[in-house]
Design a protein around this ligand. Sequence first.
Ligand SMILES: [Fe+2]
Length: 314
Amino acid sequence: MNNTVYYDPPFSDDRRRELLFEGQLLVYSPRPSTLAFIKFARKLIEEAFGPLDPETAQHQLTVEQYAEILLNLKPGFIHHPESKRLIQEIFMEMGCDLEKTYFDVPKMRSSTSDNYLTTGIAYAWHPHRDTWYSAPPCQINWWIPIYDIQADNAMAFHPQYWNRPVKNNSKEYNYYLWNQQSRGAHVAGYLKKDPRPLPKPTEPLELDPQVRLIVPAGGIIFFSAAQMHSSVPNTSGKTRFSVDFRVVHLDDVKAKRGASVVDEECTGTTMRDYLRGTDFSHVPDELVALYDDGTAAEVGELIYRPHNHDTSSR
Ligand SMILES: [Fe+2]
């Protein structure tokens, strides 16, 4: 197959999703709605770090102090009504049908430099597909850097694994169990290592060549939940801050359209998490049922509820 990166393509949302389901990548330059979004995110970040420059604050704080700041900052952003409103604006500007576009709450991520903090609240991601973590094949990820990024603190894509099965342990992952474990978890324990099962490849992957897309702050990178991706080991000296949210379109959900499933063995579904672009209502039960595998009855938390102890999910 070919791997194409489309830059500011004039496509409809339908066409965009079609290409993403074929494993292509799309990038868009910053626009008023995304700039408003990152301006809001920066305001919260800069308030949280007080007088320090957020991109370099890690060099002046202990890991514990730093984690504490993130633990307040990230849920504050996720829960803020302004975050959702700004996403609506982005959807409108990007030509999405708000009635049929569902999103999960935006996650703020940070990737510190030089292995300063790489677990729990600021997890450094090994190569994975989000579909190993119970995302449906129709999920599209929207990823936006809050400050400018560079090749040594970006995200990496591994498109050679598109539609190519990789041995992995996603079988051990159940979404509802994960939610339950996350709720009871203690962050202090996550500073060094995360005891929760995190699906990963169980065979060596060829990570090079890899694709690193560098968009300016407020640019958007779109990729399918089935796309293999990882965190680049950050050696830039600067902490990377980004925000992402996952999006599904109701027509795809109904038709069970999306990327091909090649090696996913996780159970449960994130389908209950998405909120409609107009009124934040959930995906109707009869459609969620299309994605249920029977594990919901056995375990507790069916919906991801972001709280102070977890912002590390995928
Ligand atoms: Fe991911």
